[in-house]
Unconditional design. Structure first.
Length: 287
C-alpha cells in the first residue's frame, strides 16, 4: 500500500473512499495539507537520528513520514482502527528496523503503560482536539512526566489559554500548570484552509520547552491541588478559596501572610511565582 499525496485534499479523499474509510468527527480528525507548515512544525521539534519521539493522532501519517525522514525513533498513538491499519503498512520497513511503533487505542488510556514499559521519551508531537490536548498535557505534568520539547497544534483558544499571562481573561489553572512545567510560546497560526476537511476553528501551534530547576516548590502535589482550588471559583477571593481548600480559615490567613499575598486578591491576578510561594506556605501550615 502506497502513501497518498499528503499535500492534496482530493488525493486524500480518493484514498479514503477507495479503502472504505471516513473521517470521524468525534475524534476531531483533520489532515494538515500544507507541506511547508508540516516542515516548519517538525523543524521546531528539533529532532535528528538520535531523537526519541511520541506522536499523538498520526492519521494517515503525513507528520509521521516527516519525523521518520529525520531518522528519529517514533512511537505513534492512534485511536482510529482504519488509520492504524494503513500506517502499519505504510511504515512496515521502519517497524522492522525498530524505528517505528504503533500503539492502538485512546492515548489517554495507553500513554502511561507505554511510558512505564519503555521509559521517558524526549519529544512529544501532535495535532490535537481540545479535550485531548488539555487532558494529555495535564495528565503527563501531574504524573511528573515532562518532555524536553513538545510541539502541539491545537484550537487557537486552547493555545491562548496555554500562553496566557496573569490578569488576562484566558489565564487559568491550565495556564499555570503548563507554564509551571514548560516555557510555552506560540509558534504558528494555521487557518482552516490549511486542513482537510476544513475545520470551523482556527488553529495555533505552540512549543513547550521543559523548564530547568523544576518543580520550584517544596511539594508539587500540594501546588497542583492548591492552584486548581484557587481557580475553581474565580469570583471568590484567594482567602475564600484557600479556606475551602484547607478547611481552616486561620491556616489560610497564616499562609497568605507568610507568602505576602493580599487575602483580597483573586487567583487570576497572581503570577506563577506568587502561586509557588503560596504553595510552600500552604504546605508548611499543613504539616
Amino acid at each position: 500500500m502506497q502513501c497518498p499525496d499528503y499535500n492534496s485534499a482530493s488525493a486524500l479523499k480518493t484514498f479514503m473512499e477507495e479503502h472504505g474509510m471516513a473521517m470521524q468527527k468525534k475524534f476531531g480528525q483533520n489532515f494538515l495539507v500544507n507541506g511547508d507548515a508540516r516542515k516548519r512544525l517538525i523543524d521546531a521539534l528539533e529532532i535528528d537520528e538520535k531523537s526519541i519521539v511520541w506522536e499523538v493522532g498520526p492519521g494517515l501519517g503525513s507528520m509521521t513520514s516527516e519525523i521518520l525522514g529525520r531518522g528519529s525513533k517514533l512511537t505513534v498513538f492512534e485511536i482510529d482502527h482504519g488509520f492504524a491499519a494503513c500506517i502499519r503498512e505504510f511504515f512496515e520497513k521502519e517497524n522492522e528496523e525498530g524505528r517505528f511503533k504503533l500503539v492502538e487505542g485512546d492515548v489517554l488510556k495507553t500513554w502511561k503503560k507505554e511510558y512505564e514499559e519503555n521509559g521517558q521519551t524526549q519529544r512529544f508531537f501532535g495535532n490535537l482536539p481540545y479535550n485531548v490536548a488539555a487532558t494529555i498535557i495535564a495528565d503527563t505534568i501531574s504524573a511528573g512526566v515532562r518532555f524536553d520539547k513538545a510541539v502541539f497544534t491545537v484550537q487557537k483558544e486552547v493555545a491562548e489559554r496555554m500562553c496566557a499571562k496573569p490578569g488576562t481573561e484566558n489565564y487559568s489553572s491550565f495556564s499555570v500548570l503548563c507554564q509551571w512545567a514548560y516555557d510555552v510560546k506560540p509558534l504558528l497560526d494555521l487557518a482552516g484552509g490549511n486542513f482537510w476537511p476544513k475545520p470551523n476553528v482556527a488553529s495555533r501551534a505552540v512549543t513547550m520547552v521543559k523548564k530547568q530547576n523544576f518543580p520550584l516548590c517544596e511539594n508539587p502535589d500540594v501546588f497542583m491541588k492548591m492552584q486548581r482550588a484557587l481557580f475553581a471559583a474565580r469570583r471568590k477571593t484567594v482567602k475564600n478559596n484557600l479556606t475551602n481548600f484547607l478547611s481552616n480559615s486561620e491556616k489560610a490567613q497564616e499562609a497568605l501572610k507568610n507568602s505576602g499575598i493580599d487575602e483580597k486578591s483573586r487567583a487570576e491576578a497572581l503570577s506563577i511565582e506568587q502561586l509557588l510561594k503560596l504553595s510552600d506556605a500552604v504546605y508548611n501550615v499543613m504539616k
